[in-house]
Design a protein around this ligand. Sequence first.
Ligand SMILES: O=C(O)CCC(=O)C(=O)O
Ligand SMILES: [Fe+2]
Length: 264
Amino acid sequence: MENVKDATYRFFELAAEEKVKYSKENSATKHVRYGSSFSLDAEKASEWKDYLSLFYVSEDEALATWPHACRDEAFEYMKKTKALAKQVLNVLTKKLNVNEIDKTKETLLMGSIKMNFNYYPICPSPDLTVGVGRHSDFSTLTILLQDKTGGLYIRPDNRHGWIHVSPIHGALMINIGDALQIMSNGRYKSIEHRVTAHGSKNRISVPVFVNPRLSDVIGPLPQILASGEKAKYKNVLYSDYVKHFYWKPHDGKLTLQYAKITPN
Ligand SMILES: O=C(O)CCC(=O)C(=O)O
Ligand SMILES: [Fe+2]
């Protein structure tokens, strides 16, 4: 964990000309992307964040295209996190009557992995913006490593309001994402979260998003509906779901409405 945090700093401390080689305009592959904020086209106000996004396709591609400043650490960390995600998903899906995660299930639950290095620079007017606006992730699971700065909040439900996730040294935070909410027919709920901007400290975080593949169709698992339970979500093409997420600024859990079956 310390190695990947050091690697994150190493990347963001590179000269601007080095980092910009990985921007949307310049990157040699669409699987490696350096940028700012969330969706600059859709937002009224930008979020106070830079990121490096690494979409894992294969070991060869990763070694050939990920930035040298962080490549080896990112790859090692991604592999370990993936193994952890599988263990967690095994436990979670047992409760959904899925006895074993076979190859097909594994692909559906965790067929694609994206890792972000997030860097939130010191913000001169933290009250005027945010680090990341409130949202839930579109992943199956997100495994999040944060440094000791703080500023991440979650909102489990309306009653409790926003709760600060105090950083714990050596701990990872595991969040349920929208894809698992849909596949579990709402038994597992994705968690709404946001990050505030900080007036005197830089912050880094490293989320690993464990996702279905863009070409997968996701919907409530047959094992759940077998008992006659009514489907609360439609089958949706995952790439359509993701597109829907990026269309608009961060807006809580609104994207889920897209997959919801609305009673008429
Ligand atoms: O920086 C964090 O702690 C969370 C980042 C986040 O929510 C995201 O990248 O989806
Ligand atoms: Fe998130």
